[in-house]
Every structure is written in C-alpha cells, then in structure tokens.
Design a binder for this molecule. Structure first.
Ligand SMILES: [Zn+2]
Length: 292
C-alpha cells in the first residue's frame, strides 16, 4: 500500500527553496539536486528511462529520446523520484492504467514526478482561474509541458469544484481522479466497469463521434449508488483510433448536493478508486493490448 501523502510531502520538501521558474524548459534544477546528469538515448519502444549511479555518488539519468518531450520530462522526474525516495526500479512493460500489475515503487515515483512537473501552489493557482474544461487542460498542459492525461488527472485532483477526470479504454472505465470536494460527497466512479449508458462518453463511443458536452447528465449515471436529482456537466473526447475516451465531470457552483450522499455500500473501508494514483503521463497501449 502506497502512502500517497507521504510521497507528495517528500516531493514538496525536495522542491522547497528551488527556483522553479524555468522547469518548463529545463529540469536541471531537479537533477542537479540529486547529483545527476540527464542524457538521452534511443531505447526500445516501451522503455522510458533508467538511472546509473556510480560509486562516487554521481548518477546518470537516461531517458528515451524517441519518446515525446512530455514523456521524456516525466521519465526524468520519475527517475529523480527513484533517487530521492531510495526506491529500486522495476521497469517492466505494463500499460499505464494497469495499476494492479504495476509495482508500488513505480507508482510512487509517478506520483513524485507529477508533483515535480506541476508544482502544487502554481498549478493550483492556475486551476483556480477557471472552471474545469478541456480548454483549461490544454492551456495548462502546454504551460507545464505534460501529457493531457497527467494534466487532466491533476486538475481534477486539485480543483475546488466537485470534479472527476475519467479515462476509458475501449468500452471500460480504467481510471478516475477525483477532487477532494467530490470525494467528500461520497462520489465513487466504478472502475473496470462498462462505460455507463446515459453518459456523453457512452454516446461518443456508440456513435463514433469525437467530442461532446452535456450540462445535464444525471449524477447517478456516473456515481455508484447515487440517487437521481442533480445534474452534472460532462465533457468528453473520444479517439476511435486508439479506443481511448476521456471525460471531465463536474458540478457547477451550487449545482451538486450540499451534504455527503449516503450510499448503501457505505463510505468507509473502500479501496480508493483512483484518487491515490495518477497516470504516469503516457497512454501507450495501442493495438498490443487488444484482446483477440
Ligand atoms: Zn521507475
């Protein structure tokens, strides 16, 4: 079991006092602090990076130059995480959403990396400028130079809105990141379940459309055991080629319930469905994950 909060705090301690004004272009401020040099080389598809530490304590962090820039940056910060947290690597090829198979150390370093790339105070300030939207995600991802999924999942996690980012592959819900306000309302998105009928995402997949928005999606469509009664806004994007669908869900101000919803399955002792874990920034499962 990963202590997410402890990892985030360690990342923030690590960042304290550093000049972060240039991290969208240059991550040296981080690599220097762990006495490492960042280099790139061509690696096989699916490999993202590794670290070599010499006997004198100096390290080389190597990332795959064939991957996209956002991905290389994520890999570099992930490797810094290995060094700071003192966690061994277990870099096997597993799909990004496959947390069940992913090593705890790897998830921990992903969490660490997302803190480094999207420093909490600055990112939160930017998120608070506007209500959740794909435009806001696009704006922030280009500012912080991170992948769409990494940005969206962090946006949903830090916004004051009751908000969730849901990632779906083929017809199945794979991952959700929820804001504190939404978790406090007892809103649970069911993992590994079919994309719910009645959602915008479901319609896009059915009709092969690319994007859609609806400000009147009944809340019980998405949240486990919720009563009907409030509408939420859902914006969804669907990429038929990759069989990937993303939804952003949120309640408008004063749009959702005031009190936590009593769900029959209770609010305690449930395994968190995603608030604890973040996507590592890559959604790299194209045809190979397709079952035949
Ligand atoms: Zn790793």
């Amino acid at each position: 079991m990963i202590d997410e909060l402890a990892i985030r705090l360690k990342a923030r301690q690590f960042m304290a006092g550093l000049d972060l004004s240039n991290i969208d272009k240059d991550l040296t401020v981080y690599t220097r602090k762990v006495n490492a040099k960042l280099t790139t080389e061509e690696m096989s598809p699916g490999e993202s990076g590794y670290t070599l530490t010499r006997r004198d304590g100096k390290s080389s962090i190597v990332v795959n130059e064939l991957e996209r820039r956002e991905r290389q940056r994520f890999s570099a910060c992930h490797e810094v995480g290995h060094l700071v947290l003192g966690l061994a690597s277990n870099h096997q090829e597993t799909p990004a959403w496959s947390y069940a198979k992913r090593d705890d150390n790897e998830i921990a370093c992903d969490i660490f990396a997302s803190e480094l790339l999207m420093p909490f105070d600055a990112f939160k300030r930017d998120v608070d400028q506007d209500q959740p939207s794909f435009e806001l995600i696009e704006r922030l991802r280009s500012k912080y130079v991170v992948s769409f999924a990494a940005c969206a999942s962090r946006l949903a996690a830090v916004t004051d809105y009751p908000c969730a980012f849901v990632f779906m592959n083929a017809t199945v819900v794979r991952y959700a990141s929820r804001s504190k306000a939404l978790r406090d309302l007892n809103a649970w998105v069911e993992m590994r379940s079919p994309i719910p009928p009645g959602s915008v995402a479901h319609r896009l997949v059915q009709e092969g459309e690319w994007s859609g928005e609806d400000s009147r999606v009944a809340q019980d469509v998405w949240f486990r055991d919720w009563p009907n009664g409030y509408d939420l806004t859902e914006m969804a994007k669907h990429y038929p080629t990759f069989e990937e669908t993303f939804s952003l869900l949120w309640f408008e101000p004063d749009g959702g319930p005031d009190e936590p919803v009593k769900v029959w399955s209770g609010s305690v002792a449930q395994e968190d469905d995603g608030g604890l874990q973040e996507l590592d920034g890559v959604l790299s499962f194209q045809k190979k994950t397709k079952k035949r």
